[in-house]
Ligand binder design. Structure first.
Ligand SMILES: C[S@@+](CC[C@H](N)C(=O)[O-])C[C@H]1O[C@@H](n2cnc3c(N)ncnc32)[C@H](O)[C@@H]1O
Length: 316
């Protein structure tokens, strides 16, 4: 599990909340809202649900009952104390309680029908990374729900007023959220951002759906041919990309530290699965000598069926 000082401090904060029993149960007013939420989230018998940031598991059992014996719920949290208590309550056989981070979800690609992120998203400080990882574990057509029982402004004010490690854990405004969610490869179908409630519902594009094949081209640029070839070789060897083409030299013009620079660069373009983007980005970053490397990706909207099948087979 990623244990950076920032994440360790957040886990310690929630360990102490767990010891105090905070958010152990819904109030009766909140409980009254749950059936409507389950309907809005479209929770169905037989569904496979991931609940990241499950806390003390006040929602976990409700989800487990709603999906029934044919479905399953994985409740995930990085706070040991939260989980210890959640595990005592999650007694249904269709429920697994796992300690882990939303940035490294312990699941294969495309396993879940739904990710229900309930009262937890502001605490995921690396929001784009969290969204990409939640999108990775959703099956095509599966959905992500980010839901809160109070409005965004009230929630953000509440966090700010705690004067604690969560003071800057804010829920971004609707348009910013929409942009981040779509950048993770999900299509926003419903967004309610009112004084009373925040609810976002997004769907992972079906393969071959609207302008998407599920495959992407990722590009980076380097100062030397050797660096571009090193990245190409490493990513193909690690099966993070099916192929990579190095081309150049190219003439680049860009802003850097307040001045316009020009330089000769080399381009490395890789083809891979959309679901592996986060790993590809992190591998390029670890091999790249620049402090702010260009790492950008484009969806492949169409492609020869045999070629796309080949990418599928070679990226493992
Ligand atoms: C406000 S609590 C909400 C818990 C629960 N969803 C509920 O409504 O009762 C947020 C939870 O998110 C967890 N959390 C924060 N960052 C996390 C991360 N990166 N990965 C997994 N869980 C995380 C915390 O440990 C905490 O239990």
């Amino acid at each position: 599990m990623n244990n950076s000082p920032e994440q360790a401090a957040i886990a310690a904060f929630f360990d102490s909340c767990a010891r105090r029993g905070l958010m152990a149960d819904f109030t009766s007013e909140e409980r009254g809202k749950i059936p409507r939420l389950l309907a809005r989230w479209n929770v169905k018998p037989g569904g496979r649900i991931l609940e990241p940031g499950c806390g003390l598991g006040r929602l976990t059992r409700i989800l487990a009952e709603a999906v029934g014996p044919g479905g399953l719920v994985m409740a995930l949290d990085m706070s040991e104390e939260m989980l210890r208590r959640a595990a005592q309550r999650a007694t249904l056989p269709n429920t697994t309680v796992r300690r882990g981070s939303v940035y490294e979800i312990p699941s294969e690609d495309g396993f879940f029908d739904q990710v229900i992120c309930f009262c937890a998203f502001p605490h995921f400080t690396r929001k784009r990374e969290a969204l990409r990882e939640m999108a990775r574990v959703l099956r095509p057509g599966g959905s992500l729900c980010i839901s809160h029982l109070s409005g965004r402004e009230r929630l953000n004010r509440f966090h700010q007023e705690t004067r604690s490690v969560v003071s800057n854990h804010l829920l971004p405004a609707g348009d910013e959220m929409r942009g981040m969610v779509e950048a993770a490869g999900l299509r926003v179908e419903h967004l309610k951002d009112t004084d009373e409630e925040f609810c976002l519902h997004a769907v992972k594009e079906e393969k071959g759906g609207k302008g998407m094949t599920g495959y992407i081209a990722v590009e980076t640029t380097t100062a030397t041919r050797e660096d571009a070839e090193k990245i190409a070789r490493a990513l193909v060897e690690r099966r993070l990309a099916a192929c990579a083409q190095v081309s150049g030299p190219i003439a680049s013009t860009y802003w850097w530290q307040g001045a316009i620079e020009t330089a000769q660069e080399w381009r490395c373009r890789l083809k891979t699965k959309e679901s592996r983007y986060a790993e590809v980005e992190s591998a390029i970053r670890s091999l790249h000598p620049y402090s702010v490397p260009q790492i950008v990706a484009w969806p492949i909207s169409h492609g020869g069926g045999d070629y796309l099948d080949w990418i599928e087979a070679e990226v493992k």
